[in-house]
Design a protein around this ligand. Sequence first.
Ligand code: MG
Ligand code: ZN
Length: 366
Amino acid sequence: MNNYKLNYQAPVALFISIFLFLNFSAAQSGKNLSKPKNIIFLIGDGMGLSQISAGMVYRGGDLNLARFKRIGFCITQSSNNFITDSAAGASAFSMGEKTYNGAIGVDSLKKSKPTILEFAESNGLSTGLVATCAMTHATPAAYIAHQPSRNLYEAIAYDYIKTDVDVVIGGGQHYFDTRKDGYNLLDTLRNKGYEIADSTVDFTQLKASKFYAFTNAYHLPTMKAGRGNYSEKASLKAIDVLSKNKKGFFLMVEGSQIDWGGHDNDADYLAREMVDFDITIGKVLDWAEKDGNTLVVVTADHETGGFSLNGGSIKEGTVLGKFTTGDHTGTMVPVFAFGPGADAFTGIYENTEIFHKMYKLFGFKK
Ligand code: MG
Ligand code: ZN
């Protein structure tokens, strides 16, 4: 509430009183309508409004993001640059503090900061990470690793063995079992009680409550190259396993390659990746609607490509896209929220607020 520093008009004050009273009544009746048990956070890397629009056109006007009723914008600048990279962007989300481009889970003085995933672990919740890239890449890494540079892939993989994350599905097996230092981190993880699956195993059939499923040595293929419905399968599998914890769970799902289509200035690449991400969002929403105790938040770390739609046809599913850069841009990105606590995500705020809102909604004290 302390974001609202305007002079309250009487009707607003009355509305707030009624709102507080209703919340109080709900608490009295044993229901707590404003606190989620679970949070699923979906990051579309490089997903600005034009990327979302292109995805909608490719889907013939359909869009699961249109199912969200609570929408805001977040401001993406990093501590040292008007244009954030994905490391600083994901670290802002994961640890609630602005940091420099390239930082993974460390602040602007390179000091490690606990992440929302680590807070969830220490509070007894189950946790998971799903991505369409190597799990050592900046966005998933920022939830679990604490390194001064995003390029330290082997060090980032090593940080995974120091945490108790329950479910990890994605690429990057190379940094775990084919390392310069000779360690096989997969053996270490097995000794810690994890089941490890490689690309020969259908991860949807795993029975373990804690597992790593590596689909690729490095990144996953693009949608165009035939990734198929991996993203929705991986997300639903993670939810299935994590939701067995009665205390709740935190899951981060990344649509990693929307960004890469932007870097390549390839509208078809990014639109196909956007469609895949939106379909995944739809499956997650279906689950959350049934569950009733799950907050779903979707946003982006930044926009990529300075992408605009200069023409197209919804009927034919085509866009005429133009780009102003091969890099990220400094524009705000949308935030979509559904479920208990979703109201907290309306308005315009810094990307770091995403962490603080989630921390507060989970009710963590430490
Ligand atoms: Mg990323
Ligand atoms: Zn990028």
